[in-house]
Design a protein around this ligand. Structure first.
Ligand SMILES: *Cc1c(COP(=O)(O)O)cnc(C)c1O
Length: 714
């Protein structure tokens, strides 16, 4: 069927659609479809890190034949393909019942990163995971969304540690044949390639397509022979290179992205910018409108009405800003008829964040989008404060920034064992209505024993996986003994396990736990009630202080004082995240408030019955209800950083000693920690429906897309 499978074992007729299924990432969030590949060859499933495209290129023909004759296997196969066909049709969806008629128009969703699967390393962290979850949910609800981003051939880096815990970055070229992507074609069936003017030259970008059920993603790639070597590098890596490289990437994403949609014959009704990276969309759209004879002012108004913008961080360094000369240099070829309004356009990005006026991508997006949101209630407030100078003539409470709290895609993040439990106690159609809080009252009927047993299995599975991973590092990669110790060789499958996995960066305070090392050691080494901590996370390649934090955590893990009960799992990615958010007992988050805009890993943990132990920042400021986890709070003056750190650490130790550890180890006559299970159940009941992408996407549709659509269709 496809070139990539030319040398692979041919598929027997009875299961001839396996290639089709493997190339649609829809399989990744459907348990029956996952079974189709898992059962086909469990060994390959494991060694390829769950990559069916790679599996089908490597599989032994014998196995395919056996599967084609196995009635039990065929049951899964038939069910999965019938579900796939249904998932590609637009009939009977939530959107069909609730969405406005769009006459074939789409919602274009721009993002610099998308976390779709570990086989496509085109994401760095939370922003990408949110974008991936947004697209998966759009497919489930039938929202006619089209994603636009980059296909970075070298992706984001893989993390390895030296024997002394120093982060090393490795970039690996993606093997196209093993990735679930295909060249995108225009309506005429030609390869889609666009030309983007950059400075005084033209750069070509090819386009790859990724399928997610009803949703398609189009990913730009400048690694074409026709381009100069330095231009081929433009899309090589995510967040690699310097500011000049970044400015050029963003021009290609914004301007090239609009052009790609035109080439593909896709007519967006709404343009959603996930973070400011793609804000040059406005330039290209205003230019197009001016070329149709519309004035600059009307064109800007039209663009504003139909643009939605989501900002994601209150940390100043998280907002791209460039010196004007850099922007002018690289935009030189982009103006066309907009040239006479060049100064007006450049003024849309002007912003002084304390180091003189620069061209700021967030400012540009804020001034060219009528629909703006922050990603939690608290972050909405912080955003209004932070950017109020953008709207000098509006009062503080009239600033046009809404809050839509993030969510996570439940079918993607739920553990199979928990999914089975819900199937049994909530009714088989629970997934269809999982954002309805009333449904979750039925959790009361689930026996403590079963919930606890499921939680135990998940922890045991996590620890087995950690051990297997370190065995591979030891036997195949030949790492030193220090790496084996720190990778969790001494962890124990029965001990209370705390997870801390997130990007290493100063404001997230990865070392807060170590403020009082002796006290922490006493907590961990309690003979009857031992506690262990699993760390994971990458430091941005240019964030030197963060690499030092990471190295110090590594050295703690090696320090006998902590009894081998601290581990660092390297190369945090979607795959690692799945194991950690499902298998730990407690999920820890201790950022410096209010710098965590939302956070989403704690939501993934909660839905699996892993309660959150966190500062009241981001989503937890609205999620904590006194019974579904724990709140770290100190009430000190937030401007006194050292005092806040000490007080927060104090609060954290207190919670561990007086609440978390006792509840976990207090067992009834059947060895069930009843009080603990109550918290687990409440974490699921209260958080799962509210912090699901389903709730979130419906809110985006109602509060951000519908107003824009009403304006566009007028
Ligand atoms: C969910 C996730 C994140 C974001 O989690 P935070 O709580 O926002 O830090 C980052 N990386 C990966 C791999 C994830 O799965």
């Amino acid at each position: 069927m496809e070139e990539r499978f030319a040398n692979a074992a041919p598929l027997p007729g009875r299961i001839h659609r396996l290639h089709d299924l493997a190339l649609d990432l829809w399989w990744s969030w459907h348990s029956t479809a996952r079974q189709v590949f898992r059962r086909l060859d469990y060994g390959l499933w494991r060694t390829t890190a769950h990559n069916p495209v790679r599996m089908l290129r490597a599989i032994d023909p014998e196995r395919l034949h056996a599967a084609a004759q196995d009635p039990e296997y065929l049951l899964f196969y038939d069910q999965a393909l019938a579900a796939l066909d249904q998932a590609r049709s637009s009939k009977g969806t939530w959107w069909a019942a609730h969405g406005p008629p769009l006459n074939g128009r789409a919602i274009a969703y721009f993002s610099a990163e998308f976390a779709l699967h570990q086989s496509l390393p085109i994401y760095a962290g939370g922003l990408g995971v949110l974008a991936g979850d947004h697209c998966r949910e759009a497919s489930d609800l039938g929202v006619p969304l089209v994603g636009i981003g980059f296909m970075y051939p070298q992706g984001y880096f893989h993390q390895r540690l030296s024997n002394d815990g120093w982060q090393e970055e490795r970039y690996e070229r993606i093997n196209w044949a093993d990735a679930p992507i295909e060249p995108a074609l225009t309506p005429e069936g030609k390869p889609c390639v666009t030309a983007v003017p950059l400075g005084d030259r033209t750069v070509l970008a090819a386009v790859w397509r990724v399928r997610l059920g009803r949703v398609r993603l189009f990913l730009l790639d400048t690694d074409l022979e026709e381009n100069a070597p330095w231009d081929r590098e433009l899309s090589a890596r995510l967040y690699g290179g310097d500011r000049e490289m970044r400015a050029q990437q963003e021009i290609i994403l914004g301007i090239g992205g609009v052009r790609v949609l035109r080439l593909l014959g896709i007519e967006p009704a709404v343009w959603h910018l996930n973070e400011g990276h793609a804000a040059f969309v406005a330039l290209q759209r205003i230019r197009e409108l001016i070329e149709k004879g519309i004035s600059f002012e009307s064109a800007l108004e039209e663009v504003r009405r139909t643009t939605a913008f989501t900002t994601h961080t209150p940390v100043p360094a998280g907002h791209d800003a460039f010196p004007f000369h850099l922007v002018e240099k690289h935009l030189a070829g982009c103006w066309g008829n907009l040239g006479q309004h060049r100064q007006q356009f450049l003024a849309l990005g002007e912003y002084d964040s304390g180091h003189g006026a620069q061209f700021n991508m967030t400012a540009l997006a804020l001034r060219t989008a009528a629909n703006v949101n922050g990603v939690s209630a608290l972050h909405g407030e912080v955003t209004r404060l932070m950017w109020r100078s953008i709207w000098p003539d509006r009062a503080g409470d009239a600033l046009p920034v809404k809050s839509i709290t993030n969510g996570v895609h439940v079918p993607t993040w739920i553990a199979p064992g928990i999914l089975d439990l819900f199937d049994r106690y909530l009714g088989s159609d629970w997934l269809e209505q999982h954002d309805d809080p009333a449904l979750w009252d039925r959790l009361a009927e689930m026996p403590d024993e079963e919930l606890w047993a499921a939680r135990q299995v998940l922890r045991i599975d996590l620890l087995a996986w950690i051990r297997e991973r370190l065995r591979q590092r030891w036997t195949i990669e030949r790492v030193g003994p220090a790496r084996v110790v720190t990778a969790g060789a001494m962890l124990d499958p029965q001990s209370l396990t705390i997870g801390y996995a997130r990007r290493f960066t100063a404001y997230k305070r990865p070392e807060l736990l170590f403020q009082d090392a002796e006290r922490l050691a006493r907590i961990l080494n309690d003979a009857k009630r031992p506690v262990q901590i699993v760390f994971a996370g990458k430091a941005h390649p240019a964030d030197e202080p963060a690499k030092h934090h990471l190295q110090r955590v590594f050295r703690r893990a090696l320090d006998p004082l902590f009894g081998g009960r601290i581990a660092f799992i390297d190369d945090y990615d979607l795959h690692v995240a799945h194991f950690l958010v499902q298998g730990c007992d407690v999920w820890l988050n201790n950022p410096r408030k209010p710098l965590e805009a939302s956070g989403t890993s704690g939501m993934k943990a909660s839905l699996n019955g892993v309660p959150h132990l966190s500062i009241g920042d981001g989503w937890w400021a609205e999620g904590y209800n006194g019974r579904n986890g724990w709140l770290i709070e100190s009430g000190t003056n937030p401007d006194d950083l050292a005092a806040t750190d000490s007080a927060d650490a104090e609060s954290l130790y207190d919670l561990l000693e007086k609440q978390v550890v006792p509840a976990f180890y207090e067992r009834n006559e059947r060895q069930v920690p009843v009080r603990w299970v109550q918290i687990v159940r409440e974490a699921m009941r209260s958080n799962l429906p509210r912090f699901s992408t389903r709730r979130m996407l419906k809110q985006y549709v109602n509060e951000m897309y519908l107003p824009a659509i009403a304006a566009a269709v007028k």
